[in-house]
Design a protein around this ligand. Structure first.
Ligand SMILES: Nc1nc2c(ncn2[C@@H]2O[C@H](COP(=O)(O)OP(=O)(O)O)[C@@H](O)[C@H]2O)c(=O)[nH]1
Ligand SMILES: [Mg+2]
Length: 304
């Protein structure tokens, strides 16, 4: 199974050498060290705003009185990520409905399947809804996953109305007493208005059928996009108000520093992280594991 430390290798490699050098001593950072630190963090796609605020904190006299600069960086990094309560699948309302959105290829379909597997692990029944009706392969891909996971799937024909498929999936879930419906959507460019409008239609179909909005709308952000992912998410936020973020492909990304911008820029928690392609490689997002992975430390002990 994938681990944080392994998944974050590429981003860590960008920062580790400089971090080791800069933080070797427990003394204050001189100007040169600070510049080097700034540059390195920017290369890992930490936002300018964050980098400047961290460096300011590091250079403030008195700030380091009770710890080393590295301790302070670790703390600043964790604080930037917020401390979300781990997500658990609620019993009600039923079917608990999760809409997955994002641009093409970010990992929505794979993530829908991974979530279905998690729902099963939690002892509940998932149903996958394939509303990616643009490509014939869209539904097939989810059917294959559903078989692997061992769950039901509702899919439309190629060219079918995505909103109608979403509606049908909820009808099926209501009839069968399904606990959680995971609605996979077609990838769409955040700049293409007709496709974004279609997403609005899918949302309205859900609201019509359930009498409430989707319980969660999670955007899947590809970690290799770095800061661009934040721009995408802002556009989606306007059409389908987001309630959470899933960061996919953290393994393989050298730009994982953008993750520090998610909570501040979007105001929603990061729920899960994709650390690999397998069904088990989606894990609840953990600020301390993420930071430990970036700094090359083993994950801190957690209470059982
Ligand atoms: N390494 C890695 N690959 C992933 C992850 N999530 C998705 N993928 C891969 O990304 C590709 C696109 O995924 P897909 O789910 O089809 O994206 P979609 O277009 O958003 O539905 C596939 O090859 C997936 O196996 C992840 O967390 N890690
Ligand atoms: Mg897909």
């Amino acid at each position: 199974m994938a681990t944080w430390i392994k998944a974050l290798t590429k981003t860590r490699q960008r920062i580790q050498a400089v971090f080791q050098q800069v933080f070797r001593s427990s003394h204050a950072l001189d100007e040169e060290a600070q510049e080097e630190l700034e540059e390195t963090l920017l290369q890992a796609d930490v936002s300018m705003k964050r980098v400047l605020s961290w460096c300011e904190a590091l250079s403030a006299p008195g700030q380091r009185a009770d710890g080393s600069p590295l301790d302070l960086v670790r703390q600043l990094m964790r604080d930037s990520l917020g401390d979300p309560v781990p997500f658990t699948w609620p019993d009600a309302p039923r079917p608990y409905t999760v809409l997955l959105v994002g641009v093409n290829g970010t990992g929505k379909t794979t993530t829908a399947a991974k979530l279905a597997w998690q729902v099963k692990q939690a002892g509940r029944t998932p149903l996958l809804a394939a509303t990616d009706t643009f490509r014939a392969a869209g539904a097939d891909q989810l059917r294959i996953w559903a078989e692997r996971v061992g769950c039901e799937v509702v899919a439309g024909q190629q060219g079918a109305d995505a909103a109608a498929v979403a509606y049908d999936s909820l009808e099926a879930a209501l009839a069968r007493g399904t606990d959680v419906v995971l609605i996979d959507t077609a990838g769409r460019m955040h700049t293409k208005q007709p496709l974004m409008n279609e997403l609005g239609k899918v949302r309205r179909a859900i609201t019509t059928k359930l009498g409430r909005e989707p319980d969660q709308t999670w955007i899947v952000l590809d970690a290799s996009m770095g800061q661009n992912a934040i721009t995408q998410a802002r556009q989606f936020h306007q059409i389908a108000p987001l309630t959470g973020v899933i960061v996919s492909k953290l393994d393989g990304s050298a730009k994982a520093g953008f993750v520090f911008s998610v909570v501040e820029e979007l105001g929603v928690p990061i729920r899960f992280a994709g650390l690999g392609e397998g069904m088990e490689d989606l894990v609840p997002f953990s600020a301390s594991d993420f930071v430990a992975g970036l700094l090359g430390e083993s994950a801190p002990e957690r209470p059982p």
